[in-house]
Design a binder for this molecule. Sequence first.
Ligand SMILES: [Zn+2]
Length: 229
Amino acid sequence: MYRNDQWAHTDLGSPIALFASHSLSDLRHLQPILLMGGVHGDEPLGVHLAEKTLQMLQADAALPQPLLKAPWALIPCLNVDGYKKQTRVNGRGVDLNRNYPSTSWSPEHEKERYNPGPSPGSEAEIQAVVRFITEFKPRLIIHCHSWKPMVVCAGDPGRKDAERLSRSSGYEVVPEIGYPTPGSLSQFGWFDNKIPVICIEEADETAQAKVWPNFESGMREIFLDASPR
Ligand SMILES: [Zn+2]
């Protein structure tokens, strides 16, 4: 297993950790599943879900004969500075899920919590993810949030995995979150690059101890499945 606690840094200099099933030179040819938590710093349930998924993958990798065959990369907490301060936005006041250099990126925003940044891809966190996507061409991207319970699936190739998470949690699969999200990962990943993107929204009020039971079987099925998406 690969681990780099200083894989990238935020604009404020905080390290962002990346874990992966293989060394990065091997991973380059494997089109891994990319999973991220902590895009929004005030959604700790998303960080928790990413960390529990990482623990599942690490435990499996330690088995004499690992069962979870899909190659993967995992960023437990992307918005390290926002997570420390418990803010949605990053250390520079930018909503990272509006800052992707998507064709849909727009400087318009009604509330500061949706600030898309001064220009598309202006933030170090997003530049790091975009570099990863460009270099590794993930077969599927999953990011973990909390708001209202749902599994948002952008891109038909991700549908099977979204249904797995839906069966596991009881949350509905929907094609969109219900309001426009210019410059989001769904926009950049699916609409611009044809990589399916699943956004897991745990319910804000869910007790932390319930989060992993909600998603464990779905995550296991996803990482058991070594097929391309
Ligand atoms: Zn969020």
